[in-house]
Ligand binder design. Structure first.
Ligand code: FAD
Length: 360
């Protein structure tokens, strides 16, 4: 549908875990589907960023994808690629709850209107809304740091978003940059077919023993604090450390492929080099260096703090309570996105329709 000047209470931007949990919760809070709220999603089909994960990522190798509210995720096969099973679950979820997802619609700008609403400008027309929930995740904004000499490198550089299979590197030397879960997982995989070097800025933090709720809570509290202060939230995984108990990590440690070096200081045409005189020939540099929040379309609202982040109280932007960020900072995980979506919907009901009865 071409939607010039469709007016609703709430526009949700993005239909990943965060957007769908918000949509489910908005319906529960009594917002009417389509006339009260819509979800605008840039993808061609359901699944959010899970549509684009590398084929070897299975549910067995993820940290666990939590159920969306109201419908358990029962993947038949833990070894099936997540790139198939999660989008199939999301598709069923959208149908089951008749969620008003409109796609493909890419939001290019959110701004204030003269009558106190928001205009949501897209490549398929403009929606106006009394409130906006931003749930755009990070996948569309891969982050690659800059190093001297980078543009002279004659080999191949790619980010994890471009990774497909270790096979394409057979016979080449691969330098993997980054200290997170993606880096360790891809190293474990690539080192089976070719030689690798791992570089990280800081020594990795190995976490023995299981990841318990206590650790989870402490980490989320730390990110929450950053967001309350308007700092960039950073990655939750960066704070939890790397779980030694994860099979690919344990096995990578045993094979010695998770010995790390500090990040190089320069990139040369043939590889990488350190200021202490060391150098290394490389054919491939794989940047497993994470993501930034995909929030460029919010720029007209001028909500960013000098520290580069958004200052949030719960999911609300401080000073602009009708803009919510779900799946951002402390809620940038599947479980966090679930909870945040529900919190945002409750807050929006209080804000926009304090007297509205709850359905059933
Ligand atoms: P997304 O799934 O990225 O959804 C955002 C949606 O918004 C997309 O459909 C996108 O197309 C759309 N969008 C973006 N910009 C626009 C725009 N301008 N206009 C319209 N639409 C737009 N978390 C866990 O809890 N457990 C795990 O095991 C786990 N494994 C992971 C493995 C990998 C490799 C990665 C990268 C992350 C993993 N995470 C995991 C993190 C988890 O994926 C995310 O926290 C969560 O899925 C994000 O959901 P989301 O809805 O915020 O984002």
């Amino acid at each position: 549908p071409h939607a010039r000047d469709v007016d609703v209470d709430v526009v949700v931007v993005g239909a990943g875990q965060a957007g769908l949990s918000t949509a489910w919760a908005l319906a529960r809070q009594g917002f009417e589907r389509s006339t009260g709220f819509v979800v605008l999603d840039g993808e061609d089909a359901p699944g959010g960023a899970w549509r684009h994960r590398w084929p070897s990522l299975t549910l067995g190798t993820t940290h666990r994808v939590h159920d969306l509210p109201g419908l358990p995720f029962r993947p038949g096969d833990e070894a099936a690629p997540a790139v198939e099973s999660v989008p199939a679950y999301f598709a069923g979820y959208e149908r089951r709850f008749e969620l008003p997802v409109v796609r493909p619609v890419r939001v290019t700008a959110v701004d204030r209107t003269d009558d106190g609403r928001f205009s949501v400008v897209t490549d398929r027309g403009t929606w106006t809304a009394r409130a906006v929930v931003n749930a755009t995740g990070t996948w569309t904004r891969p982050f690659v740091p800059r190093y001297p000499g980078q543009e002279l490198f004659r080999g191949r550089q790619l980010h994890t978003v471009d990774y497909r299979s270790a096979e394409e590197f057979r016979g080449q030397h691969v330098v993997v940059v980054g200290g997170g879960a993606s880096a360790t997982q891809l190293l474990a995989e690539i080192s089976r077919v070719t030689s690798t070097t791992w570089v990280t800025r800081r020594p990795p933090v190995w976490r023995e023993g299981p990841f318990d709720e206590h650790v989870g809570r402490a980490v989320v509290a730390e990110v929450e604090k950053a967001v309350r202060e308007g700092r960039r939230p950073g990655s939750v995984v960066g704070l939890t450390g790397l779980l030694v108990s994860t099979p690919y990590v344990r096995e990578g440690l045993e094979r010695g492929v998770l010995e790390r070096l500090p990040v190089f200081d320069r990139i040369t045409p043939d590889g990488v080099a350190w200021d202490d005189g060391r150098s290394l020939a490389a054919d491939v540099i794989l940047w497993a260096t994470g993501f930034r929040a995909a929030v460029g379309h919010l720029a007209p609202l001028r909500l960013r703090e000098p520290g580069g982040g958004f200052r949030l109280d719960g999911t609300q932007v401080v000073g602009e309570p009708r803009i919510h960020l779900v799946g951002y900072g402390p809620s940038a995980s599947t479980i966090g996105a679930n909870r945040a979506g529900q919190a945002a919907a409750r807050a929006l009901r209080r804000e926009l329709h304090p007297g509205m009865p709850l359905p059933r």
